[in-house]
Design a protein around this ligand. Structure first.
Ligand SMILES: Nc1ncnc2c1ncn2[C@@H]1O[C@H](COP(=O)(O)OP(=O)(O)O)[C@@H](O)[C@H]1O
Ligand SMILES: [Mg+2]
Length: 309
């Protein structure tokens, strides 16, 4: 059977900075049109993986390929669009000059900027200088610069930091249109819940290794953990000591209990407070699922440890 060519493939990728192991054998594949979110705590190796993928670092062991080519080569890098949060641009240039410049560097004519500016709603700002742009507008300009060459893979490092909800929705809408045309997206973010709503797959990286690579909903459902919400007169401190209880919180006048063993908890709750009402049981969020995977406490104090293996 003919399989589509992967946009990105990483095999047994290893990278260390001196004594520090940043990537410890990473395998990853991203297909056309796919959106893969790279999650994990600080220092997990996300940025290192991204830098290897875009050719800013060379693998010390293993391989990384973009459409079968080496991202260290300029010819291969043309397939990449990169928007990095920390990247600033020359403040004296206008929006149109910035995006036009990116087009020219990608081997296109500066006029290629026109349609992308329209796509991102930047046409009216075309003649504005970068120094006069708001944070959200700058982010859109960066995206325009990354998209102007019609890349096969868009690599985004924390793209929605500092955006309000509406700007964020707009941002993902634009990406959805591009993805429908086959553009793949690799995105790092600390906004785990957000990534769960936009990514086809979530890759959880920790200490240089991939702990999970699955659709977000699957990661959540792998966890037995549930959030139980209830109106009860029971004392929260007492609830915290019940077996399997991970966390007790308040939501207005309701109590929320995160638990590893929901059935057991429900039995105990109903037994101890026959008056309880407004009972609700929900999945925990993706954020909790990821934290459960990357929780580093010792097994003795952390009964979840086995799950991370
Ligand atoms: N330039 C560097 N020199 C030395 N150590 C580094 C450097 N960059 C990253 N590291 C280390 O490599 C590990 C992975 O870092 P990084 O890829 O930046 O992770 P993340 O982006 O997930 O926070 C961390 O332990 C970090 O401290
Ligand atoms: Mg980083």
């Amino acid at each position: 059977m003919e399989t589509t060519q992967a946009v990105l493939t990483a095999e047994s990728l290893r990278y260390r900075y001196g004594e520090t192991v940043a990537l410890d054998g990473v395998d990853l594949r991203v297909d056309p049109g796919e959106c893969v979110a790279l999650l994990g705590p600080n220092g997990a190796g996300k940025s290192t993986l991204v830098m290897l993928a875009v050719g800013l670092l060379a693998p010390q062991q293993g391989t990384v390929r973009i459409l079968g080519g080496d991202p260290r080569r300029a010819k291969t890098r043309r397939h990449l669009g990169v928007a990095q949060q920390t990247l600033g641009f020359p403040s004296t240039l206008t929006v149109s000059e910035l995006v036009g410049g990116a087009a020219v560097r990608g081997g296109l004519r500066a006029a290629a900027a026109g349609p992308v500016l329209a796509e991102l709603g930047l046409t009216e700002l075309a003649r504005r200088r970068a120094s006069k742009l708001s944070g959200g507008q700058k982010q859109r300009v960066q995206l325009a610069m990354a998209l102007v060459t019609d890349p096969a893979l868009l690599v985004l490092d924390e793209p929605t930091v500092g955006l309000d909800t509406q700007a964020r929705r707009h941002f993902w809408q634009i990406l959805a249109q591009r993805r429908a045309q086959g553009t793949a997206v690799l995105v790092t973010t600390h906004l785990i819940e957000e990534s769960g709503t936009v990514a086809d797959r979530v890759v959880v990286l920790d200490r240089g290794r991939i702990l999970a690579d699955a659709p977000p909903q699957e990661l959540v459902s792998r966890l037995p953990d549930r959030t139980v919400t209830v109106r009860t007169a029971l004392d929260p401190d007492g609830l915290e000591r019940l077996p399997g209880v991970l966390r007790v919180g308040r939501e207005r006048d309701l109590v929320t209990i995160q638990t590893r063993s929901p059935e057991q908890l429900l039995r105990l709750l109903l037994e101890q407070d026959p008056e309880l009402s407004e009972l609700r049981v929900q999945d925990v969020g993706l954020a909790e699922a990821v934290v459960a995977l990357t929780d580093h406490r010792e097994p003795s104090e952390n009964p979840r440890e086995g799950r991370a293996a």
